[in-house]
Design a binder for this molecule. Structure first.
Ligand code: AHR
Length: 770
């Protein structure tokens, strides 16, 4: 096969954005509590509530062992350790309290652990000795210490324990007969080499450090603006002694201890050598809050804006400022280098949003003109809030706009040139959340190809962070994720390796790349396939069913039982039916076509929220958005709705009772499955060119790279390859890791054989400055 010529232009085009590759840290998927937070005890302060998860309460995560037939453990709120830590427990011995953390307490042999808790001995208790042990999960004793609880009010009790041979176990607090004690804020943390309790789980920090992020975004995502005004992430409530922090419900369906709060976030940034990129709510909570969006009352906005300014001062104010002094008091007199501030997250661009956003941005501009404010532009690359967010940012002269999109690998390969013609005179772009859905190799390579486009356009795309970052196996609310983990293991995905390969070899200036052709793969709509209904809950009657003019029998759609209307020609597919809900509270899904290389469609007709209709396209079973969600009146039980679905050459239309709800067209542009990008940088011996190459096809692609006006003298390559496009899965490590590849220097060119489904980074040295 002949080699594809790749010529790297001599003159650089633009500077590479220095902070381009960063990470996105949100307490989603147990990323922090149960993850990065080194705390081993779950619900150690008994603050879990039914508001976090129905059925949860102060004793969630705890087991109680007692020989007594009467109750010996009571949750109480009288005279708490602190106002923000309202609940503690009273324990009457003989009783053992047991905590297994998240699937077992990880306490390895050779490790030392610090146990700390608040306790208050009841005056009539005969003695104050409490035994604490870390034991194997089957209960065998491996390490123990006695802790004397002093008489009087709340005291902090502390001891050190050894790790255990089994590595994973349980913490046992043994309150002997005759002792009645109040207990709160139980914490068990491994000690670091200097004997200090760890803040962060070291193997996860190592995985993040290997990404060499230029910045860390925190605290989200949805978590930043919260569900309801009370749930907005208030930074002040996240700093200071742990027991005084305001704990919050986690919008992802669990609890936020906020043990990794704003101060720890800044420390993490420092440890990673990354800039902090905090995101504050724009004075409005999430628009999906039940009951509708809400805004901070105008009378409270001055205080809200002041809080934002105080956050900046907390990060970088001198120790002679109020909040700089607070930071110094916490142990960090030197300022953290804060240059970016996100305001808002995927918000609906309402008048309330505009008003409050403007107040915050004006205040930050006035007080800290060197902080780049980052505005927001909705949850997708298209649609109402995307357009309105961008228009608003342009109008206001906002420095940077945050874009978010989670799409199919196909979408990424179709949009490699998205930013080539972006307006360079307006706000720059922060691609704050993106991922090609799935944890398979094809998604990782689609991201790599797309990232080449981000880098090429890094005069306008200044920052980018894949999302979400971390996900604990068994506690995941969002997929795909960059790094899966459990109590023992860190499981980096192929996407993680791609991110790492971008960070590890960066250049300073982007060079144009000319290629003698690409690898275009045509995209089509599936021509024949099944039409299937899915129902999660309830029951529907489907009558007057007609597909492509052919009358079909009436059907009953039952929860959990997929229903197929049969296989049909799909171009021009016309499905009509009357849907009547017999039981339940939601709607159903309708899937058209079967998984494979061609475009298929999926309609969510009120299944997520009864009042919401969305449509997706998919390829290889991986979904992406084609239409904005539409608010609809929803199904009512025993009310018939006449529906029609029409599919023609990538266009999908959905009607309910003659109202057109969805009219969306899936792009059938070909996929660009080959991508190449180049940058240069100075090296000790001259110049190095970093060339990135993606071959997302089934064939080996031989290439010959020439540096215009230069003779390559040395080359080394790193390659991610060796797995098929559909290898790799959520909750698992990537099937392959980056390795050194082969390259040949001949006739002034670098010759490489790009493996099928591969990403290659070639570093080419040449003499002389660039
Ligand atoms: O990354 C997961 C979530 O996706 C973020 O919290 C939110 O901003 C987006 O919708």
């Amino acid at each position: 096969m002949s080699r594809l010529d790749i010529v790297v232009d001599a003159a650089p085009e633009v500077e590479v954005a220095p902070d381009l590759w960063g990470i996105f840290l949100e307490d989603l998927n147990y990323a922090l509590d149960g993850g990065l937070n080194a705390e081993l005890v779950r619900n150690g302060d008994f603050e879990y509530t039914a508001g976090d998860v129905p059925g949860w309460g102060p004793l969630t995560g705890w087991g109680v062992e007692t020989p007594s037939p009467t109750r010996t453990v009571w949750p109480r709120t009288e005279d708490p350790v602190s106002e923000n830590n309202a609940v503690h427990i009273r324990v009457e011995g003989p009783t053992v309290l047991r905590n297994e953390g998240w699937e077992g307490i990880r306490a390895r042999s050779g490790e030392r652990l610090r146990l700390r808790f608040a306790a208050r001995l009841l005056p009539d208790a005969t003695q104050g000795l409490v035994w604490v042990r870390v034991a194997g999960r089957d209960g065998e004793l491996t390490t123990a210490a006695a802790v004397a609880v002093p008489a009087g009010d709340w005291s902090w009790c502390e001891t050190t324990l050894d790790g255990i041979a089994t590595g994973t176990g349980q913490l046992r607090i043994d309150v002997p007969d005759g002792v009645v004690v109040d207990i709160d804020c139980v914490s068990l943390r491994p000690l670091d080499d200097a004997g200090r309790p760890r803040l962060f789980r070291p193997d996860l920090v190592a995985a993040l450090a290997a990404l060499e992020p230029s910045f860390v975004r925190f605290p989200g995502g949805c978590l930043a603006h919260g569900v309801g005004l009370d749930n907005i992430y208030d930074w002040k409530g996240s700093v200071g002694p742990l027991h005084e922090r305001r704990q919050l419900s986690n919008p992802w369906g669990y609890h936020q201890s906020r043990a990794i709060g704003y101060y720890e976030f800044f420390l993490l940034c420092e440890e990673l050598g990354a800039r902090p990129l905090p995101v504050v709510a724009a004075g409005v909570c999430c628009q999906n809050t039940p009951g509708g969006p809400r805004a901070v009352p105008l009378s409270e906005m001055p205080a809200y804006v002041q809080d934002v300014l105080d956050l900046i001062e907390f990060a970088r104010g001198g120790a002679d400022t109020e909040w700089g002094a607070r930071r110094a008091e916490l142990g960090h007199p030197e300022p953290f280098e804060l240059r970016y501030l996100g305001v808002g997250n995927e918000d609906e661009i309402t008048p309330d949003f505009r008003d409050r956003y403007a107040r915050i941005e004006d205040a930050v501009r006035g007080a800290h003109p060197d902080v780049a404010v980052i505005g927001t532009s909705g949850p997708s690359w298209f649609g109402r809030d995307h357009e309105a967010g961008w228009a608003f940012a342009r109008e206001r002269g906002t420095a940077i706009v945050d874009e978010h999109y989670y799409e199919t690998p196909m979408w990424f390969h179709q949009n490699l040139h998205r930013y080539d013609d972006a307006d360079r005179s307006g706000p720059a772009v922060y691609l704050g959340e993106y991922a090609a859905r799935s944890s398979r190799m094809r998604s990782a390579l689609a991201e790599a190809a797309y990232m080449i486009g981000l880098e090429r356009n890094s005069d306008v795309v200044r920052l980018a962070s894949y999302a979400p970052l971390l996900a604990r196996v068994g506690h995941t609310q969002w997929q795909p994720d960059l790094i899966y983990f459990d109590g023992e293991r860190v499981l980096p995905t192929a996407s993680y390796h791609v991110q790492r390969m971008f960070s590890a070899e960066r250049g300073d200036r982007v060079h144009g790349v000319r290629t003698g052709g690409g690898r275009e793969v045509p995209v089509s709509q599936a021509s024949r396939g099944p039409v299937n209904f899915r129902l999660a809950t309830g029951r529907f009657a489907l009558t007057e069913v007609n597909v492509n003019g052919e009358k079909l029998p009436d059907q009953t759609l039952a929860a959990g039982v997929p229903l197929s209307l049969g296989r049909f020609g799909l171009d021009g597919l016309d499905v009509r039916f009357v849907a009547e809900r017999l039981e339940g509270e939601k709607g159903f899904n309708l899937d058209i076509g079967e998984d494979g290389p061609e475009t298929t469609f999926s309609i969510d007709m009120g299944n997520w929220r009864n009042d919401f209709v969305t449509a997706k396209r998919s390829q290889y079973g991986i979904h992406g958005d084609i239409a904005e969600g539409v608010i609809w009146r929803g199904f009512a039980t025993r009310a018939a709705v006449a529906m029609r679905v029409l599919v023609t050459s990538g266009r999908l239309r959905v009607w309910a009772d003659d109202a057109l709800l969805i009219d969306a067209t899936a792009s059938l542009e070909p996929e660009q499955r080959f991508a190449a990008g180049a940058m240069s940088r100075r090296s000790a011996d001259g110049t190095e060119h970093v060339v990135r190459l993606v071959n997302a096809t089934d064939d080996t692609l031989p290439v010959a790279i020439r540096l215009d006006g230069r003779a390559p003298e040395a080359v080394r390559t790193v390659v991610l390859a060796g797995a098929g496009p559909d290898e790799g899965a959520a909750f698992d490590a990537s099937p392959v890791e980056p390795r050194t590849g082969d390259a040949e220097l001949a006739d002034g060119t670098v010759r490489l054989d790009l493996e099928p489904w591969s990403f290659t980074v070639a570093v080419i040295g040449s003499a002389g400055a660039s």
